[in-house]
Design a binder for this molecule. Structure first.
Ligand code: AMP
Length: 549
């Protein structure tokens, strides 16, 4: 017997309609590519999004057609988020930090019909112009005063001109909530990037889930600054949440350096922010150097890669609460958040910090399974390792336009995250490593993340990576690769002394390699693949300027 409740689809346009009806005076502030801050309200956002929807309707797109964006976090990107998906098309956010060939591959694999881009990315679009000839339109997200003259892009349209004469009324169509809304490609560290095609239902449910208090916990009283880019997994859902709860949104545009973020946060009284550890390192270092403190920031979510304990402590010392979270492009992204339970308040500060450093416990809706080598669930003792499998309404069941996916085939109905984890009795999951990054020494696994976190706490070290070096006897041995703070020195003896007593002796890295900078992927994560290459070059004597002490 079916329930007798209304069958109202969960659509992204319903979030915008809600914001228009009940939060029309809520502010959206954007640092613009053209310079300066742009301010308007959810009411104005809604009106301009309807103008955009009318313009899209005239372009001859079919339902489900992909509309690409190459853009920073800003108000026009927000309009595209809601306008494209609300019309029944798919908003395909392209990561501009990927290699040109990957961007070309992605646009081709997605078969985008239209491309919108921020002026910063004109050189990318011009370079790819020859491969974009089938597109119905290419639109520069700017006004006439800032329109570039581009010989490579003769029919280039201007966003403001495109929407200027359109009516600001539009009836958002109703359709099945499982209709595709947004498309985001994985960063492609192994093989070609793969498209994850979100649905209206998955995005709305994910936005509601992260709003819960033990996830990120949002209300209309918040001032939310999504620093994680809108081209990376829908900025972790924050643009949807902002409109859903009516919080003021502060969008940083292209300005992600410590000084710019600090001034934006202070100027706009930001209370909540979210992003990857690399960005926070820049902000905290800048604040230390300039003797600044926060006056409005209360909470920060850190995710995307492991958060070093020292970073959590630095935020705590500034009066900011940290919530460590885990996610993937394939999981929309949030699946875990490290919210302590009331009983944990009694823990000693060190034990509390250790728990906060874990990736977190499952959000309702997400199911996790930690599978040992035999495929069976391992003990929930916080020690036994296994491969982390996940399923839920905002987890990808397959990839867009890519039929074969080993991650989905190993255990039908589950997605293999590629993370090796432990889980404790309260459900807290800790990533021990990526399956491919773990160091296998003499048949035992060494967690590269654990060693990196310890290294990161050394006062001479700016950034640290642990990678496996091939070893005739042990198979692999860990090597520490570091960037030092200006003027600092660090030897192998310093390294041994620092690790001594903190971990088992045999897991202490064999060597330390000092490099001027560490390679990062397009999404700002440490590229272990590239670091391994540095080590191999060191061993073969062809290394760049670096030394093994
Ligand atoms: P992506 O799809 O590019 O967001 O990458 C997802 C991967 O990033 C995950 O499988 C994890 O290995 C890693 N990751 C995400 N969040 C965290 C975190 N809080 N701690 C450690 N690794 C993380």
């Amino acid at each position: 017997m079916l329930g007798t409740m209304m069958d109202v689809p969960l659509l992204l346009s319903s979030i915008l309609r809600h914001a228009e009806a009940y939060h029309s005076d809520g502010e959206v502030v954007s640092a613009t590519v053209e310079g300066g801050l742009h301010r308007y309200t959810y009411g104005e956002l809604s009106k301009r999004t309807k103008k955009l929807a009318n313009a899209l309707a005239r372009m001859g797109l079919e339902p489900g057609d992909r509309v690409g964006t190459l853009a920073w976090n800003g108000y026009r990107h927000m309009e595209l988020y809601f306008g494209v998906s609300g019309s029944g098309f798919v908003c395909h956010t392209i990561n501009p930090r990927l290699f040109r060939e990957q961007i070309a591959y992605i646009i081709h694999n997605a078969a985008d019909s239209v491309l919108f881009f921020d002026l910063t990315f004109l050189p990318i679009v011009e370079e790819l112009a020859g491969q974009l000839k089938d597109l119905k339109a290419i639109v520069a997200m700017t006004d006439e005063a800032h329109m570039p003259k581009s010989e490579a892009l003769p029919g280039l349209l201007c966003y403001e001109t495109l929407i200027a004469d359109e009516p600001d009324s539009f009836e958002w169509p109703a359709f099945d909530e499982n209709t595709a809304s947004s498309l985001c490609y994985t960063s492609g560290t192994t093989g070609d990037p793969k498209g994850v095609l979100y649905s209206h239902r998955s995005c709305v449910l994910h936005a509601m889930a992260i709003t819960m208090p033990d996830a990120f916990g949002f209300s209309a009283a918040d001032v939310i600054a999504p620093i994680v880019p809108m081209f990376h997994v829908n900025a972790w859902g924050l643009p949807f949440v902002g409109a859903m709860v009516g919080a003021k949104l502060v969008l940083p545009g292209a300005h992600l350096d410590g000084a710019s973020l600090y001034h934006l946060f202070e100027g706009e009284k930001v209370s909540f922010t979210a992003g990857v550890p690399t960005v926070w390192l820049g902000l905290l270092d800048w604040m230390d150097t300039h003797g600044r403190s926060f006056t409005s920031l209360k909470r920060v979510v850190i995710g995307g890669s492991a958060t070093p304990p020292i970073m959590i402590s630095r935020f705590h010392n500034m009066g900011v609460k940290v919530r460590h979270a885990w996610g993937m492009t394939e999981t929309s992204p949030v699946g875990l958040a490290a919210a302590l339970k009331p009983k944990h308040e009694a823990l000693e500060p060190e034990a509390k910090l250790a728990l906060e450093c874990k990736q977190g416990r499952p959000l309702f809706g997400m199911e996790f399974r930690v599978a040992g080598a035999d495929g069976q669930q391992v003990a929930r003792d916080g020690k036994s390792f296994g491969a982390m499998m996940v399923r839920g309404p905002w987890v990808a069941a397959s990839y867009f336009n890519t039929p074969h996916s080993p991650a989905h085939e190993e255990m039908p109905g589950w997605f293999n995250t590629g993370d090796v984890v432990t889980q404790d009795e309260d459900g807290f999951i800790q990533i021990v490593d990526r399956t491919k990054d773990v160091v296998k020494s003499g048949g035992e696994w060494i967690s590269s993340i654990e060693l990196e976190n310890i290294a990161q706490a050394h006062p001479a070290i700016q950034e640290a990576a642990i990678v496996a070096k091939p070893d005739a006897r042990w198979g692999e041995r860990p090597v520490l690769v570091v960037v030092l703070k200006p003027g600092a020195s660090f030897t192998r003896a310093d390294m041994r002394a620092h690790y001594e007593g903190k971990i088992a002796k045999w897991t202490i890295p064999d060597d330390v390699v000092i490099v001027p900078e560490l390679p990062h992927t397009a999404t700002g994560k440490l590229s272990k693949k590239a670091v391994r290459q540095i080590i191999l070059e060191q061993i073969s004597g062809n290394g760049p300027e670096a030394f093994m002490s």
